[in-house]
Design a protein around this ligand. Structure first.
Ligand code: ATP
Ligand code: MG
Length: 641
């Protein structure tokens, strides 16, 4: 073929001249001549030739020794040896070493042209073959890449889509397209009937998809379902064996969810014999895995949705108001009742701060972020007068849950009961005073013996006890009704001092130590000094009463921000945790109180009423066998009435 490029590397210039001008150029070849390796290298690098004619020795180096390297570097360039002198042995050796051909001196034009043409022809065929192979490889590589891409695309779809139908249809589409099959389907096991039905299909008639049912006994699909292993058949004539329809070739792979085979993914050819390969099985298996993941995802999602809906319904339907806040104090949930109580309406409030959503200052204060020790139970009075009992429960992974019950009717009952108790107590006082008066007169009207005297003493003690109970009840009634609304600026440190001084005698009787730790310049509070002293006295009385002989009672107070914090601590028996929520209730006494311990269970009820009347808060911390701490927080006054 004309214009092919031949490189002659020969030390003898006459021979090269002859070859070029007399033989090769007239046949239409382009010829370059080099006399040494340096020149030859330059040609090989800049314009690689289609053929090389190589002399036997170049610059003293034997060509037979370098042919292998040359072939390695330029496998597609045939190299023909031109020896100085012919010998059969040399010719054989030349072929053995890898020369494409051999020119036998003396050179004849026709022979040379023929040998060159042959070598070039062979080179052309190699080149075409190599190109074809490369193209074939590229095609199959491209197919594989597109298979991988399709699988990757599907992976994204599976994780981002919750539409199961969409994902399964895409899986079947991809299986059909990537295997070049005529049709494909995804069959799932119907647990009720034990048959396979078609969940998604490609190139099947809609009616067929709807009505298709395949038993699992004696079918190939059933076999895959049982063994959990892929399967494929390849027949020269269409077969109906165990498939229920005629096919040439078919691949079945199992769909496995949590180690259970729940169906099969299938691709087949019915019209033509289009073979499947191992690669196709691997591809369909990968796709089946995606389908399984999608089915599992959908199942988990619908279960979570179901649970969520169930919880939501419960939360909406219950009578309690519920507010859930996260650790940053942002609203996670507020049910219908809570929305109603705080006039939130239908506004979207998720993620907002509570204080931006509701106007109820008390609740906001109670739930203020980073409260040191938030109370676990508080009463909240709403604008419309209703009273809610709010329970605050911290939940580590969520934040804080507030549940609120409407206790308005209980409050009302409590009020009626208190009114009744007040009236009765009041009416009892006069006859009791009369009893005491007459008892005192008995020994004045005549002599009484020793035993009569003892009876009189007992009557007096009992009447005193009843009187103090009645006084407590009347106090409580008065405080609860707000009859001591008149308030003055009270030096709190002095009030504490008086209360402690009044009880030193009692603690000495029990050989107890009372430690007072109050700074001299404790700020003032706005309140009723008599009631405040009563409150402190009651707490200290309890500490002395319940702590055994030789115990220790600590009364300390300090200011913190806008508040005074008062604590009464003892190292007594403590209060059982189950009793702690109720000790501020009227007449409640803890289960570990000795039967003979005097008291009626009104002391702490009075304390709580007084604290609340002074806009304060009180709570208890106690551990059995170690002791008890009562903490009272009262607001500091700025000195203005
Ligand atoms: P009262 O004060 O009316 O004479 P009381 O002391 O029993 O009677 P509260 O002061 O209301 O009633 O106290 C209620 C209950 O709380 C007590 O009966 C006791 O069980 C428990 N309690 C109170 N303070 C202490 C304390 N410091 N240590 C152990 N238990 C205590
Ligand atoms: Mg008491």
């Amino acid at each position: 073929m004309a214009d092919e490029h031949i490189l002659i590397v020969l030390s003898k210039t006459e021979t090269s001249q002859l070859l070029e001008h007399a033989t090769l150029a007239p046949a239409g070849y382009r010829v370059t001549v080099s006399v040494d390796w340096k020149a030859a290298e330059a040609v090989l690098k800049d314009a690689p030739p289609d053929l090389i004619i190589l002399g036997e020795k170049i610059e003293g180096q034997d060509s037979l020794d370098i042919i292998e390297k040359l072939n390695e570097r330029f496998p597609l360039i045939p190299v023909i040896l031109l020896p100085d002198k012919h010998s059969d042995q040399l010719a054989v050796e030349a072929f053995r070493r890898g020369f494409a051909d051999y020119l036998q001196p003396p050179l004849r034009t026709n022979d040379v042209q023929m040998i060159v043409a042959h070598a070039l022809e062979r080179r052309r065929r190699w080149r075409d073959w190599v190109r074809l192979e490369a193209r074939r490889d590229t095609k199959s590589l491209r197919q594989r890449v597109s298979g991988l891409e399709a699988i990757q695309r599907l992976g994204r779809k599976v994780t981002s889509l919750l539409d199961l139908d969409g994902v399964l249809a895409s899986v079947v589409d991809a299986a059909v397209e990537l295997t070049g099959a005529e049709e494909g389907s995804l069959l799932l096991l119907d647990d009720a009937t034990g048959e396979l039905y078609m969940r998604a299909g490609r190139n099947f008639q809609e009616d067929f998809v709807r009505t298709f049912r395949l038993p699992i006994r004696d079918t190939l699909a059933g076999q895959v379902l049982r063994t959990g292993k892929p399967l494929f058949i390849d027949e020269k004539t269409p077969q109906k064996i165990k498939t229920s329809y005629l096919v040439y070739t078919i691949i079945y792979v199992p769909l496995i969810v949590q180690e259970r085979v729940i169906g099969v993914l299938e691709v087949d050819n019915r019209q033509s014999h289009n073979p499947f390969s191992e690669y196709h099985i691997a591809l369909v298996s990968a796709l089946a895995e995606y389908a399984s993941i999608a089915i599992e995802n959908a199942r988990l999602y619908s279960r979570t949705e179901f649970e969520r809906n169930k919880l939501e319904t419960i939360l909406t339907k219950i009578e309690e108001g519920v507010i859930v806040l996260d650790h940053d104090g942002r609203i996670v949930l507020m049910n219908r009742q809570a929305r109603g109580a705080f006039n939130v309406g239908e506004k979207i409030i998720d993620g907002k701060r509570l204080r931006d959503v509701i106007a109820h200052q008390d609740l906001i204060d109670i739930l203020r972020e980073k409260q040191e020790s938030p109370p676990s139970r508080v009463e909240i009075t709403l604008e419309d007068g209703r009273v809610l009992n709010a329970q605050l429960t911290p939940i580590p992974e969520i934040g804080l849950v507030v549940t609120m019950q409407d206790i308005t009717h209980l409050k009302e009952l409590d009020r009626i009961k208190s009114d009744f108790v007040n009236t009765v107590s009041h009416d009892l006082r006069s006859p009791l005073t009369a009893i005491l008066g007459y008892v005192e007169l008995i020994d004045r009207v005549g002599p009484v013996n020793e035993q009569q005297n003892e009876f009189i003493r007992r009557v007096q003690i009992s009447v005193h006890n009843i009187t103090s109970l009645i006084n407590d009840l009347l106090d409580l009634g008065r405080i609860e009704a707000g009859f001591d609304a008149r308030k003055e600026i009270v030096p709190f440190a002095a009030v504490i001092q008086y209360a402690v001084d009044g009880l030193r005698g009692r603690s000495q009787e029990k050989a107890q130590e009372i430690i007072l730790d109050v700074p001299e310049h404790l700020p003032q509070v706005l309140g009723n000094p008599v009631r405040l002293r009563q409150m402190i006295s009651n707490l200290i009385t309890n500490a002395i009463k319940y702590t055994p002989e030789g115990g220790k009672v600590l009364v300390n107070a300090h200011a913190e921000g806008e508040q005074i914090i008062l604590q009464v601590t003892d190292n007594g028996p403590g209060i059982p945790p189950t009793d702690q929520p109720f000790i501020f209730d009227k007449f409640y006494r803890a289960s570990n109180v000795p039967v003979d311990a005097p008291g009626t269970g009104l002391g702490l009820a009075i304390v709580k009423s007084i604290v609340e009347n002074h806009q304060g808060r009180i709570w208890v911390e106690s551990s059995l066998g170690k002791g008890t701490i009562f903490t009272v927080v009262l607001p500091i006054t700025n000195g203005e009435l």
